[in-house]
Design a protein around this ligand. Structure first.
Ligand SMILES: [Fe+2]
Ligand SMILES: [Fe+2]
Length: 292
């Protein structure tokens, strides 16, 4: 097994960040890049809380001890990610950017639309659980994609992006790379239907694009320092070419990979790089010291 595929035991690192010194536009003079990445703070608190909620229900269906351990490690990491992104929101509020109108919609989306429905026990309830397990596997294809991207996004450093925000993103990104196989392996273990994989990918991808562009526009329109804040696909495409956001091409190419019958997340990203980042990350090493 190569290093990029080595299995690492998953543990939650109890990180904490101080946002006092982080400016509103933490990518200097680039509100669009700042706010596009800021959408993570809107989606992940509710989204990752929902992962945890769904996975606790699927634990009884796991008949493989190693996978169960991975899922439990995954739950611990995602709970911490959700909390860490949530803690950025009061800081945005202090800077005049109140995210509540948007996060209220995201909460509804994950808690109500994708929540537990009143279904009879047995097949209907199991169907809805499997559908959500497959959705999480599709979303995790993108969290691993983004994690791998941010670990390698040297242009953000060159533009002087805020080091605390970069550490949050890279600590999270590195753990996404570290646990990138868990959601897919769980889906394959409990269900693995190819038609379900395709269907839930289409749902997850459309929802992500829809929520993301709305979130970026929400921030641009409500940023108190911008007179006529707008966001367009062209802005996104240009930042991708500059290395400040993922490129459109990389995103398009990630689609057939997930839909390929040979797909396995270990082919994406580099575990060794993720582990190396976590060993040097200011937040992760401070967490390690506190727990020791
Ligand atoms: Fe996460
Ligand atoms: Fe994840």
């Amino acid at each position: 097994m190569s290093n990029t595929q080595a299995r690492v035991p998953l543990k939650a690192r109890k990180v904490s960040f101080s946002w006092d010194g982080t400016p509103l536009h933490w990518v200097p003079e680039d509100p669009f890049t700042t706010h596009t990445i800021n959408v993570l703070h809107l989606l992940l608190p509710a989204g990752e809380r929902w992962f945890v909620h769904v996975y606790k229900q699927v634990l009884p269906y796991i008949r493989d001890e190693r996978l169960r351990e991975d899922v439990i490690g995954f739950i611990g990491q995602e709970a911490m990610h959700s909390q860490a992104h949530d803690e950025v929101l009061p800081h945005l509020r202090e800077q005049g950017l109140d995210p509540t109108p948007y996060t209220a919609q995201v909460d509804w989306f994950f808690e109500k639309l994708l929540g537990d429905r009143t279904l009879p026990p047995g097949r209907p309830r199991r169907w809805w659980l499997m559908e959500r397990v497959a959705l999480i596997a599709a979303i995790e294809h993108y969290t691993a994609f983004l994690g791998n991207w941010v670990l390698n996004a040297g242009e953000l450093d060159r533009r002087g992006a805020d080091p605390t925000m970069l550490d949050l993103l890279r600590w999270h990104g590195a753990e996404e790379v570290e646990h990138r196989s868990v959601a897919f392996e769980l889906f394959m273990h409990v269900d693995g239907s190819y038609s379900r994989r395709v269907r839930t990918w289409a749902t997850a991808f459309s929802a992500l694009v829809f929520l993301w562009q709305r979130g970026t526009r929400f921030f641009m329109e409500n940023d108190p320092t911008l007179i006529d804040g707008k966001a367009s696909f062209k802005d996104f495409h240009v930042r991708g070419r500059q290395g400040l956001l993922p490129t459109t091409g990389d995103m398009v190419r990630s689609i057939p990979r997930y839909l390929s019958r040979d797909y396995h997340p270990s082919q994406e990203g580099d575990t060794e790089q993720a582990v190396a980042y976590l060993a040097a990350s200011p937040a992760a090493t401070a967490a390690e010291k506190r727990s020791a």
